[in-house]
Design a protein around this ligand. Structure first.
Ligand code: C5P
Length: 220
């Protein structure tokens, strides 16, 4: 496909979501928040009372295949329920990380993700956008920040939403999630060979966005 794709991969709370969404808006491209698909899968399985255990992989995929998932701007719907907020909790993130390690869950989501590649272009945010889903993407960014920075940002986000949290437990959670995401056998979190690395620990969002836009310009 000649439809342009920019991949933004990286660990939890590195600012991928923000960066990717701003890029998509500036370029007028579509936006794929691939993590939301794993979050919805975890939510639906938990609601159905299915323990998030590899032994239940087939049951979780069967359930996933029946889910009426719809994207509408930045909102995500499960049938007629707007789950956009529900899936953003730390617990939902941890559950997403569990189901995302199941190979059949990942395969079941491949086509859905590739279908987001539509004109005039796509910015895709995740863990394996550049390594598995869009391996031929023209620009792959691997966004990182120190664990301390990431925990601090997540704390600010949660507090601004009135959700109580502590720095220590957030840092422990995100390190546990990173460890699981990096060590799984299928599509582990790692930079694609041709990814450009960006550590935004010391950068503002604007500077990160401008850096990636400059990279994108230089590819045209
Ligand atoms: O990016 P986000 O925090 O929403 O992702 C939630 C979880 O979903 C991640 O911790 C990761 O385990 C999983 N995920 C994944 N592959 C992606 C996107 C997310 O495995 N492309």
């Amino acid at each position: 496909s000649s439809i342009p794709v920019i991949c933004v991969d990286g660990p939890t709370a590195s600012g991928k979501g923000t960066l990717a969404a701003v890029l998509a808006e500036k370029l007028g491209y579509h936006f794929l928040d691939s993590g939301s698909l794993y979050r919805i899968t975890g939510l639906a399985a938990t609601r159905a009372g299915i323990p998030l255990d590899i032994a239940n992989e087939a049951a979780i995929v069967a359930l996933l295949n029946t889910l009426p998932i719809h994207f509408e701007g930045s909102h995500i719907w499960l049938g007629n329920e707007d789950v956009s907020e529900l899936i953003r909790t730390e617990e939902a993130g941890m559950n997403a990380s569990k189901v995302s390690a199941f190979p059949a869950v990942r395969s079941a989501l491949i086509d859905l993700q590739r279908n987001f590649r539509q004109l005039p272009g796509l910015v895709a945010d995740g863990r394996d956008m550049g390594t598995v889903i869009f391996p031929e993407a023209a620009l792959k960014v691997y966004l990182t920040a120190s664990a301390a920075c990431r925990a601090e940002r997540r704390l600010k986000q949660l507090i601004s939403k009135g959700i109580p949290a502590t720095l220590d437990s957030l840092r422990a959670d995100l390190e546990a999630r990173d460890a699981r995401d990096s060590s799984r056998t299928v599509a582990p979190l790692k930079p694609a060979q041709d990814a450009l690395l960006l550590d935004n620990s010391e950068l503002t969002v604007d500077t990160s966005v401008q850096t990636v836009l400059d990279w994108w310009q230089s590819k045209q």
